[in-house]
Design a protein around this ligand. Structure first.
Ligand code: NAD
Length: 364
């Protein structure tokens, strides 16, 4: 069953990691390394079965292939999961054992933070391997990714506005924002500077009040955000919020935000938005600033460079819109196509022979 699943979506490698002393039960899934080493976070989750963990690792790894490729990074897609209760099972020994497995892959997989892991945990992993990004800032790593993610989302909004309204000025435009957390707060700074009006909501009163006080945003209830009169809706809280129930309520012309997996069903809800004439900026393109930020550590971290690259999401979103129009497909489908095309092109340009030290030793 495993090889069948790997073959059906072209996975390269799955590594099962076990350590008796620490109780580590981990899975590292490497989907595609055409563009470079597979980069993707390590999730700790209380999976109900090993099969559920495997399926999650594989799904998330493939997602990283697309995200990294579309962001223009020279990185492939991978992800790891550890089967454990994130509240009580996490130990130093477990993450060191995990780090040793990452090290054993010799750079084919680079790990990072995800649900259930954070910079402090990655510092433990770092004791066993250099193939980890997003460790504590005191070690010279990239630190909080939110401002870089927000820079990417802001640029994605600009390009989306251009598509929807003919120009990318946000002056006088109304943006409805769901969630006022780290990314949304930084995003609001950019939007406010551009003269946009903001309608915001959050389940956390302090978070909403901060953007109301600092940027003059208007506050609405959590269920009201889908129905407000606005130009652009920016989901910056949860996944699966574009669904059968919410899409008919929307009064906006476009959607662009940082939340992961916004479409409950990529095909169905992507199509519903297309039919309603609502322009959707695919989430994994718009929010790639986060991975762009940690990936920059591999070059010796430079925040200015990371911010500049995240601003390049303006053009990436533009390419997605162009593909969608040309092929008459949804923007979600166009985003996948853009990623696949980049991978295929790079495969082609690398098909010529280059003499390396290794070849010299083995070609006879
Ligand atoms: P965060 O936890 O700082 O903010 C999320 C906010 O959403 C919180 O203030 C929370 O109270 C609010 N929220 C939760 N449920 C809500 C609801 N039902 N209605 C309204 N608000 C609700 O997280 P963040 O780092 O700002 O990330 C926001 C989203 O962007 C997440 O989906 C995250 O996965 C995604 N993302 C973040 C980054 C990053 O760099 N931080 C990168 C890529 C993607």
């Amino acid at each position: 069953m495993i090889f069948e699943k790997m073959a059906s979506e072209d996975y390269e490698q799955i590594i099962f990691c076990h350590d008796k002393t620490s109780g580590l039960k981990g899975i590292i899934a490497i989907h595609d390394t055409t563009l470079g080493p597979a980069l993707g976070g390590c999730r700790v989750w209380n999976y109900e079965s090993e099969e559920e963990a495997l399926i999650d690792a594989m799904r998330l790894a493939k997602g990283m292939t697309y995200k990294n490729a579309a962001a223009g990074l020279n990185l492939g897609g991978g992800k790891s999961v550890i089967i454990a209760d994130p509240k009580k099972d996490k130990t130093e020994a477990m993450f060191r054992a995990f780090g040793r497995y990452v090290e054993s892959l010799n750079g084919r997989y680079i790990t990072a933070a995800d649900v259930g892991t954070n910079p402090e945990i990655l510092d433990i992993v770092y004791q066993e391997t250099d193939y980890v990004v997003g460790i504590s800032e005191s070690y010279g790593s990239s630190g909080d990714p939110s401002p870089v993610t927000a820079m990417g989302v802001y640029n994605a909004i600009l390009r989306t506005a251009k598509e929807a309204f003919g120009d990318d000025s946000l002056k006088g435009k109304t943006i409805a924002i769901q969630g006022c957390g780290s990314v949304a707060y930084s995003l609001c700074k950019h939007l406010h500077k551009d003269g946009a009006k903001m309608i915001v909501t959050d389940i956390d009163e302090d978070a909403v009040n901060r953007v109301v006080d600092e940027f003059g945003a208007e506050k609405v209830g959590v269920d009201e955000i889908y129905e407000v009169e606005a130009d652009i809706f920016s989901p910056c809280a949860l996944g699966a919020i574009l669904n059968d129930e919410t899409i008919p309520k929307l009064k906006v012309k476009a959607i662009c935000g940082s939340a992961n997996n916004q479409l409950e069903d990529i095909e169905k809800h992507g199509q519903m938005l297309k039919e309603r004439g609502i322009i959707y900026a695919p989430d994994f393109i718009a929010n790639a600033g986060g991975v762009i930020n940690v990936a920059d550590e591999l070059l010796g971290y430079n925040r200015e460079r990371a911010l500049e690259k995240a601003a390049g999401i303006y053009d990436q979103i533009g390419l997605v819109f162009d593909i969608a129009k040309k092929e008459n497909i949804t923007t979600a489908e166009a985003a996948d196509k853009m990623a696949e095309e980049r991978i295929e092109t790079m495969k082609e340009i690398r098909s010529n022979y280059i003499r390396t030290e290794h070849n010299i030793l083995t070609e006879r």
